[in-house]
Write a protein that binds this ligand. Structure first.
Ligand SMILES: C[S@@+](CC[C@H](N)C(=O)[O-])C[C@H]1O[C@@H](n2cnc3c(N)ncnc32)[C@H](O)[C@@H]1O
Length: 244
């Protein structure tokens, strides 16, 4: 991991998301398949009965794009979105949500079973985290925290970039970042720190095998990954697991 990337994760990544928050939805709207792919990962939780009687926690919910994917796939579930950026949460909260959806300001790595008891009424049936695990300072500690939030049998889906195992995926990722993401981010927000960090942090992050191994080491069972369709094939994946 480069020093700059490490420093962002421990110090300023939340501040950068605060600054990007007003433009975030416009940025992802220009990314083909962004919302469709979140729904694909949400479906891979395979929750029964459209989520009836289930509690879902959406960690790193941002402006609510992932929360909306969960609400669309599981309209009967209770969903709590959690994010460490006030700016991103403000954007999420300003949208119209059913009364079964709520939001909470917190760092994902600080959540405990006591938090789950207090805020969601007990252990979660499922945790979803899109584009988050790469941003936390200690992914192993984060995954152990997530396991502790789940009830036995509860499911986790991580929706995340992972290119380390493929030279072609790394090349496509760099081309997309320098050709589109960084210039578009700079144009829409007036700065590019977050988008350069995005590029670098994905290159530095685990390959699929390494992330699956981390999930196993954190005590998750039935771990597996599946690719996205379209241009993100080989770049973005769903990683699923369950608390035994
Ligand atoms: C790339 S955005 C993804 C937002 C949303 N899940 C989506 O799919 O559009 C990552 C989000 O994670 C949040 N985040 C980063 N580090 C976090 C942490 N340690 N705890 C909670 N949220 C965090 C950021 O504030 C940001 O809103």
């Amino acid at each position: 991991m480069t020093t700059t990337t490490e420093r962002m994760k421990t110090a300023t990544v939340t501040d950068e998301f605060d600054l990007a928050a007003p433009a975030y939805d416009r940025l992802v709207a220009s990314s083909p398949g962004y919302h469709r792919d979140l729904r694909t990962s949400a479906r891979r939780l395979f929750l029964p009965n459209r989520g009836a009687d289930q509690v879902l926690v959406d960690l790193g919910c941002g402006t609510g794009a992932s929360t909306a994917a969960l609400a669309r796939e599981y309209p009967m579930a209770r969903i709590v979105g959690v994010d460490s950026s006030e700016g991103m949460l403000r954007q999420a909260e300003a949208k119209g949500w059913p009364s079964s959806v709520g939001f909470h300001l917190a760092r994902a790595q600080d959540l405990t079973p006591e938090w789950a008891e207090e805020v969601v009424g007990g252990p979660a049936d499922a945790v979803f985290a899109s584009y988050l695990v790469r941003n936390v300072p200690d992914p192993d500690a984060f995954l152990a925290r997530v396991r502790a939030l789940l009830r036995p049998g509860g499911r986790l889906a991580l929706h995340e970039y992972s290119v380390a195992d493929s030279a072609s995926a790394r090349a496509v990722w760099s081309a997309v970042c320098w050709g589109v993401v960084i210039p578009a981010g700079r144009a829409l927000t007036g700065r590019d720190d977050l988008f350069r960090y995005l590029w670098r942090s994905v290159l530095d992050f685990d390959g699929r095998a390494a992330l699956l191994q981390r999930m196993r080491a954190a005590g998750l069972g039935a771990v597996a990954s599946a690719p996205m369709p379209g241009w993100r094939y080989g770049i973005t994946h769903t990683f699923v697991g369950a608390r035994p």
